[in-house]
Design a protein around this ligand. Structure first.
Ligand SMILES: NC(=O)c1ccc[n+]([C@@H]2O[C@H](COP(=O)([O-])OP(=O)(O)OC[C@H]3O[C@@H](n4cnc5c(N)ncnc54)[C@H](OP(=O)(O)O)[C@@H]3O)[C@@H](O)[C@H]2O)c1
Length: 294
C-alpha cells in the first residue's frame, strides 16, 4: 500500500503545485482544502488523521494576508501558530512526518549576508511573529520528524501574485515604479513543491535530519530587478520599469529590507538547493503568461 500524504491548504497557490508534484509519485495524495480540514480545529484534524492515517503531512495552509495580520494578529496566530501546533500533536500521536512551510519574515531583515538556517530570528511584523510561533510548535513537538521549510517571494500559475500582476500591468501601463530597496529571492511554487516532496521522501527513508531548511530560489534581486526581468522576458523595454523606495509604497506591515536566505542545509539531506531565480522564472514564464493573458 502506498504511503498517504495529506496536503492541508490544498486550494492555495503552493498547495495546488504540491498536489500536482505528488501525482508523479507512487503515493496516495489527499487534498484537504480549508473546508475539508481546518488546521486550527483539533476535531477537524483528528477526523482527517483517523480517516486517512497519513505518513506525511505537508502544511500549506496559512494566513497570508501580511498587512491584515497587523490588526488581526490573534486571528492570524490561530492559523499560523495554533494550526501547526494542532497538526504537530496529531503527527506525534500517529508517528507522521510534518513539513511546515514558513517564511523569511521570521528574520529581522537587516542582515548583510544570507540568513543561515540557524541564525537568530527576530520578526518585525505580526505575520512574522505568528509564523515563528508555528515553527516553534513544529520543532518543539516533533524534534525528530518535524521539518520547517522557509520560503519567500512565491509565485505560481495557480493564483494571483506579484509576477502575474507585473505581466498584466506591462500590457496596460507605460511605466511602472517598483521598489528597489528590498532584497529577496523569487521562488517558483513548482520548484518549492519538488523540494517539499523530496524532503518528505528523504524523511521517510531516514536520510534527512529534522529541522529547518530554506526553500527559496538561488541568487537575489529586488522587486525592481524582478520586474525588469519580467519585462525582458515579455520582450518589453526594461527601461519602462523605474526604481523607487519602500517609503513611497508605505504599508501597514514592515517588509524585510533583506530577506535573502542561505541554502547550506540541503546538503545534509542529499538534496540540491532550488535553482537560480532567473532560470526558474524563465521556465515558469509560459504558464504565468497563459494564466494572466488567456
Ligand atoms: N506567497 C508568498 O509569497 C509566501 C512567502 C513566504 C512564505 N509563504 C508561505 O507559503 C505557504 C503557502 O502560501 P501560499 O502563497 O500558497 O498561500 P495561499 O495561496 O494564501 O494559500 C493558503 C491556503 O490556506 C488556506 N487556509 C487559511 N486558513 C486555513 C485554516 N484555518 N485551515 C486550513 N486552511 C486554511 C487558505 O484558504 P482560504 O483561501 O479559504 O482562506 C488558502 O487556500 C504559507 O505557509 C505561507 O506562509 C508564502
Amino acid at each position: 500500500m502506498s504511503a498517504v500524504w495529506l496536503v492541508t491548504g490544498a486550494a492555495g497557490m503552493l498547495g495546488r503545485d504540491v498536489l500536482a508534484r505528488l501525482a508523479d509519485e507512487d503515493v496516495t495524495a489527499v487534498a484537504a482544502d480549508r473546508k475539508a480540514v481546518d488546521v486550527a480545529d483539533p476535531g477537524s484534524v483528528r477526523a482527517a488523521f483517523e480517516e486517512h492515517r497519513p505518513a506525511v503531512v505537508v502544511n500549506c495552509a496559512a494566513w497570508t494576508a501580511v498587512d491584515d495580520a497587523e490588526t488581526m494578529e490573534a486571528s492570524a496566530l490561530l492559523v499560523n501558530g495554533t494550526g501547526p501546533e494542532v497538526l504537530a500533536a496529531a503527527c506525534r500521536e500517529h508517528g507522521a512526518v510534518l513539513l511546515q512551510v514558513s517564511t523569511d519574515y521570521v528574520f529581522a531583515g537587516d542582515a548583510e549576508k544570507p540568513y543561515a538556517e540557524d541564525d537568530p530570528t527576530g520578526p518585525r511584523s505580526a505575520y512574522g511573529r505568528t509564523k515563528l510561533a508555528g515553527e516553534r510548535a513544529v520543532l518543539g513537538t516533533l524534534p525528530d520528524t518535524g521539518y520547517v521549510v522557509r520560503t519567500a517571494w512565491l509565485y505560481g500559475a495557480g493564483s494571483g501574485n506579484f509576477v502575474r500582476t507585473m505581466i498584466r500591468l506591462e500590457g496596460v501601463k507605460d511605466t511602472l515604479d517598483v521598489v528597489d530597496d528590498q532584497r529577496g529571492q523569487p521562488t517558483w511554487t513548482v520548484d518549492l513543491a519538488d523540494r517539499l516532496v523530496r524532503l518528505g521522501q528523504a524523511a521517510l527513508a531516514g536520510t534527512a535530519p529534522a529541522g529547518v531548511y530554506h526553500g527559496t530560489g538561488g541568487g537575489e534581486t529586488t522587486w525592481f530587478g524582478l520586474t525588469r526581468e519580467i519585462f525582458r522576458l515579455l520582450g518589453a523595454d526594461p527601461e519602462r520599469v523605474r526604481p523607487t523606495t519602500s517609503a513611497a509604497f508605505a504599508r501597514p506591515a514592515p517588509r524585510p529590507a533583506y530577506g535573502v536566505l542561505g541554502h547550506d542545509r540541503w546538503s545534509v539531506a542529499g538534496i540540491e538547493p532550488i535553482r537560480d531565480w532567473r532560470e526558474a522564472l524563465e521556465a515558469a514564464f509560459p504558464a504565468l503568461v497563459a494564466a494572466e493573458r488567456p
